[in-house]
Ligand binder design. Structure first.
Ligand SMILES: C[S@@+](CC[C@H](N)C(=O)[O-])C[C@H]1O[C@@H](n2cnc3c(N)ncnc32)[C@H](O)[C@@H]1O
Length: 262
């Protein structure tokens, strides 16, 4: 009898969870993998692009002993993971860039950590599409991105912190934004704006012109996530067809892809 009660309780809990998942829950990135898992369990084979990039151990890009500051550790839907914050912060500490550029500010959690781990005189530029820009992007966005764009304010997590003075908030659509003031001036770039195929190709092309003396670090986020297939396809294509991107690698255990040009 006890086993039957336990089963019924679980059954009801699962049914209620499914109702939530398929009505509201799927809007949150952290729940979407459940939909893929259910599909796979029942034999649905989806044609999502395969991860083909070479991988690299974190210890090869940023040794274990590098001390970092972690700010705003609590992650919300739309943020990168805490492990990825640590990886990016280690890379910043190790390479000590003086000028950093992020595409896709969102709530500014990564922006804040970029600023906190860079040198005192470093400058962090962060570009974001404000909600007014949602209806007029030059290229198509990926379904499901709207909720990251529709926020009251970009960068709320770095506002009123000791790092704010190092950060310059920029607004615009990365497909039409005038990047020319930053040409040949940036050492460290983080691409985390729109995740559509077209935007990843556009943003990657744009940032190449930003690198100071064609050297520096470019990072992309969300590679090999089943629900961001366009992003994975774009990075795969760039890796296979473009000399500039032939050395991109996925950092093991993360969805970060890095290009380190020394
Ligand atoms: C996933 S969130 C970025 C998360 C953030 N980098 C972090 O680590 O927490 C994506 C952000 O990219 C911005 N975005 C989307 N499309 C964009 C575009 N075309 N140009 C500039 N920013 C864009 C959105 O407004 C949103 O704030």
């Amino acid at each position: 009898m006890k086993r039957i009660i336990v089963f019924i309780t679980r059954y009801v809990y699962a049914v209620l969870s499914c109702i939530y998942l398929f009505t509201i829950g799927f809007l949150f990135e952290k729940n979407r993998f459940l939909i893929s898992t259910i599909c796979e369990h029942f034999g649905y084979v989806e044609k999502t692009p395969k991860a083909i990039l070479p991988t690299i151990e974190l210890s090869e890009v940023a040794p274990e002993h590098i001390p970092i500051q972690v700010r705003e550790p609590v992650e919300v839907d739309g943020n990168i993971s805490l492990a990825e914050i640590a990886v990016i912060s280690k890379l910043v500490k190790l390479h000590n860039p003086t000028t950093l550029f992020e595409i896709g500010t969102f709530d500014g959690r990564t922006t804040l950590n970029l600023a906190a781990n860079s040198s005192q005189d470093a400058k962090v530029y962060t570009l974001d599409l404000p909600q007014e820009g949602l209806s007029e992007t030059r290229l198509s966005l990926e379904p499901g991105e709207e909720k990251y764009i529709e926020k009251k304010k970009s960068g709320s997590r770095y506002l009123n912190t000791d790092c704010e003075k190092k950060i310059t908030q920029l607004y615009g659509d990365s497909a039409t934004f005038d990047f020319s003031p930053f040409f040949d001036a940036i050492d460290f770039i983080f691409i985390d704006g729109s995740h559509s195929y077209e935007y990843i190709l556009n943003d990657s092309e744009q940032v190449l012109k930003l690198l100071r003396n064609r050297k520096g670090i470019i990072l992309w986020h969300d590679y090999d996530k089943p629900w961001w297939g366009g992003l994975t396809s774009a990075l795969n294509e760039m890796y296979l067809s473009r000399d500039e991107f032939k050395n991109i690698k996925q950092i093991k255990g993360t969805s970060l892809v890095c290009l380190i040009v020394e």
